[in-house]
Design a protein around this ligand. Structure first.
Ligand code: 5AD
Ligand code: SF4
Length: 477
């Protein structure tokens, strides 16, 4: 079926469920695990569910439908899902509720087998390629009272035109590509999200223009490999319509930079191997593109990087960082690091510490290697004992925390541009927002400032956040 027809068909199912729900107050509860891509998928799920007449609740017990959008990048997400399912079993014994589980983990057969065998009270199972069919699956469940399982293993398609209910009124994530072709040997993503494919330039630009018109200030471009946007299409000679001169990630950044109303552009995640000069130039020259670049290192040792199938060496990574620092004024960097990849020796791990020492990242997301069924890493014989992995993790954590404390000092007495996101979680008299370099800033101010960009003077640092005060710019007479 043609893609737009498939979405039209789902619209009809949304209407049908809405009819069933007429004059009834129904609630849904959604739990999202994992990355921003998953958050973005959940916003689409919420869009569809609200169109079917359900209202969001934060109280699981109030909900008629409970949905989990799962992640499978690391093992702890699995533990969380099965823990939650245990909780829900008790609720379902007392009350009729619909339980739906979707997302990345559902693309793993050993997981769905376990759910079907031990958690048979689950009503709907859907995968990453069938998220858009949630209305159909829900309708069939409501009408036929039969459990729905809708998981397919395909290369993947891109669906346009799904309703979306965004979490924030000021920041919006926009998916620019799906899937991954890199097959890093520790990573499950290419197996559960299919092959790399890019959205059409026109569809992205129209979405961003629409967001700008609706008052959104910050756009976060999402993809497993954002800086290879349109690469596969070019390699495979797949025709795509150029729009506003967009034929690469660099030109996409430049086109979005021109959209009036948008004040900030972020992107996650690029891959170091695809960081071409045109992308560096675009970041440097586009005023709205944040000068914080997330550049996943994963490991600092060249042999480990080769085993990880990352396609760059320690030296190449450091050279790239040098080049970027020279070309992009006020550049800051963040990264992802995995410790304890199979075969990593203590000496090799020291290369990771060495890179961290040299680069001085603004932020480091640290992970203990987690075996993922079906990946080459899982089949490697030389797995590192848990105790050693934890020891390395703690060493890295100590180094990173010392660096962050040191780095925070450079913010004191500076004026930072902050997009005011809302009130502080711990104190609703305080406002909170982020700097260009993604640092959380907490300050006193009128709630009317929420959603605006403010100049904030930083007065103190507290490891994970900075304290500041609004810096009033003198009015021109
Ligand atoms: N174990 C630990 N961390 C992992 N990541 C991906 N796969 C694994 C794994 N098997 C980390 C990588 C990636 C981030 C999103 O999650 O650092 O960049
Ligand atoms: Fe996983 Fe590597 Fe693809 Fe990132 S680039 S999603 S780490 S396989």
């Amino acid at each position: 079926m043609e893609l737009s027809k498939e979405i039209k068909e789902q619209n009809r199912y949304m209407e049908k469920v809405k009819e069933l729900n007429q004059n009834k107050t129904k609630h849904y509860y959604i739990l999202t695990m994992g990355c921003q891509q998953n958050e973005n998928d959940s916003e689409k799920l919420c869009g569809m569910i609200e169109q079917m007449g359900y209202t969001k609740t934060e109280d699981q017990k109030q909900a008629e439908i409970v949905i989990f959008n799962t992640c499978c990048v690391r093992e702890n997400a699995e533990e969380r899902l099965f823990g939650k399912l245990g909780e829900l079993k008790k609720i379902k014994e007392e009350k009729e509720i619909i339980i739906a589980i979707g997302g990345c983990m559902m693309q793993e057969k050993h997981i769905t087998d376990k759910i079907k065998a031990s958690y048979s009270f689950v009503d709907i199972l859907f995968g990453t390629h069938t998220l858009h069919k949630f209305p159909e699956n829900l309708y069939k469940l409501l009408e036929k009272k039969t459990k729905q399982e809708d998981i397919i293993d395909i290369e993947g398609k891109i669906y346009e035109g799904l309703p979306i209910k965004r979490e924030s009124k000021y920041q919006a994530s926009v998916t620019i590509m799906n899937g991954c072709n890199n097959f890093c040997s520790y990573c499950i993503v290419p197996y559960v999200r299919g092959r790399e494919r890019s959205r059409k330039p026109k569809d992205i630009i129209e979405e961003v223009k629409d967001l700008a018109q609706n008052g959104y200030k910050e756009i976060i471009l999402l993809g497993q490999n954002v800086n290879s946007y349109l690469r596969v299409e070019k390699e495979k000679n797949i025709q795509f319509e150029e729009y506003e001169g967009i034929n690469s990630f660099a030109t996409l950044l430049k086109a979005i930079n021109k959209i009036e109303g948008i004040e900030r552009i972020r992107f996650i995640s690029p891959h170091p191997k695809d960081f071409t000069d045109d992308v560096i130039e675009a970041i440097a020259s586009c005023k709205k593109v944040c000068k914080l670049v997330h550049l996943p290192l994963q490991a600092g040792n060249s042999k480990v990087l080769k085993e990880m199938n990352r396609k760059y060496t320690k030296e190449q990574y450091l050279k790239l960082v040098e080049k970027m620092k020279k070309s992009i004024q006020n550049l800051t960097l963040s990264t992802d690091i995995i410790v304890g990849f199979p075969g990593e020796t203590e000496e090799e791990f020291k290369d990771t510490l060495d890179v961290v020492n040299k680069v001085k990242f603004e932020q480091v997301y640290m992970f203990i290697y987690s075996r993922r069924v079906g990946t080459p890493g899982d089949r490697m014989k030389n797995q590192i004992p848990e105790k050693e992995k934890h020891e390395r993790f703690n060493k890295l954590k100590n180094l990173v925390e010392n660096q962050i404390a040191e780095n925070n000092k450079k913010y004191i007495n500076t004026i930072q541009k902050v997009l005011v996101e809302g009130t502080s979680k711990n104190n609703d008299k305080m406002l909170t927002g982020r700097t260009d370099s993604n640092k959380v800033v907490v300050f006193e101010g009128n709630k009317k400032l929420i959603g605006t960009m403010q100049n904030i003077e930083i007065i103190s640092e507290h490891m994970w956040f900075l304290r500041g005060q609004v810096k009033n710019v003198p009015q021109k007479m």
